[in-house]
Every structure is written in structure tokens, then in C-alpha cells.
Design a protein around this ligand. Sequence first.
Ligand code: FES
Ligand code: FES
Length: 212
Amino acid sequence: MQTPEEFEVSRRGVLVGGAASVATATLVPAGPAMAAPTPVPPPTAKVAFSVNGQAHELELDTRVSLLDALREHLHLTGTKKGCDHGQCGACTVIADGRRINSCLTLAVMHEGEKITTIEGLGTPDRMHAMQDAFVVHDGYQCGYCTPGQICSAVAVLGEIAAGVPSHVTADLTAKPKVTPAELRERMSGNICRCGAYSNIIDAIVDVAGAKT
Ligand code: FES
Ligand code: FES
């Protein structure tokens, strides 16, 4: 156990020693400065595709998603970014007739393809039948998921017409029918946080001319 006097001495010793180390460190001449790393520009590539019937050629960072190419480079902001992780369907577009999550695919992978976004389906004056049906059946509230829902719904009717079965198609040898069960299954990748699901199904059934 140290006496207060001994403690004072040892404390003074520590302070003196510390000051000496700082002084020594200050006197050591600095070595040659480390060169700052030269920034490496991201790899880019050219990609040409058509969007809503219009040809585009872009030089893009190869990591740019199709969603960001549409929104940030072509300023087609109708396609929405919800999760950016392939989980909500808000970014759905149609590429060569197939619906895809544009956040999950790189733009440079779509060389030569025909991309259709919500802007290419119709305009406020000349709406696509599916857009019209969404309005008539009140198939949206905030509208954020709606462009993806509509692109998906258009593609779903194409899939059913082409005889593509789904997980709930009972008879794989018969042509699938437009039923609420088929539509719910096929539209399950499009999340609506406002819960407009039943009206969305009504709109799609209406466009298909199906009886439920
Ligand atoms: Fe692409 Fe959610 S933004 S799936
Ligand atoms: Fe709001 Fe679907 S209408 S998220």
C-alpha cells in the first residue's frame, strides 16, 4: 500500500515520463508522406435498348440497375423504387414481354431488349385498359405500388393467355383460367401497403372479361 507521499512521487514520475515521450515523438523527423491512392474510375459499358418504343444508347457504370437507369438516366420516374431488394414489386417493368423486378437486374444485361414501363402503356388522355380499370375499381390509394401492379397485371393476363401454369393451377394439361385464386397467386410479388388487393383483383378480372 503506497503512502500519500510515495503516491505523489510516483505520480510525478509518470507525468515526467509521459512528457518526455511526447517530446521525443515530436522531434522524430517525419518519413516520406504516404501517397493518396489514385481513385479508380468505375467500369462503364455501352448498352442500347428501346424503352416504350424509343431507342436509347447509354454509357453506364456496369453496376447500375435497370431501375436506376430508367429513373436516374432516362428520367422515367413512373417506375417506383420501393425496397430495391426484389421484395415489393414496385419496380416491375416488362422486358421483351416478361415482367421483371427492374431493381434486381443490371441495365447492361438488357442489350437489344424492348422495355415497357408504365409511361409506355398509356397516357392520362389515352389510358391502357388496365390503367382505366384500376381507376374504375379504385385499385389504389397512395398509388406508389400502382405502376408495378399495372405492369404486372398486364403481363399476368399475357401469361394466362399463353397457357403458362402457376403454383395454384390444378390441371397442368388445361389452359389456366382467370380466377381470383390464379390472380392472387400470380400477383403475390406485388405488395400494396395500402391493402387495395381486392379492388386490384376486380380490375384485372374486368379487363380479362372473366366471370367470377
Ligand atoms: Fe424492386 Fe421492391 S423496388 S422489388
Ligand atoms: Fe398505396 Fe398500393 S396503393 S401501396
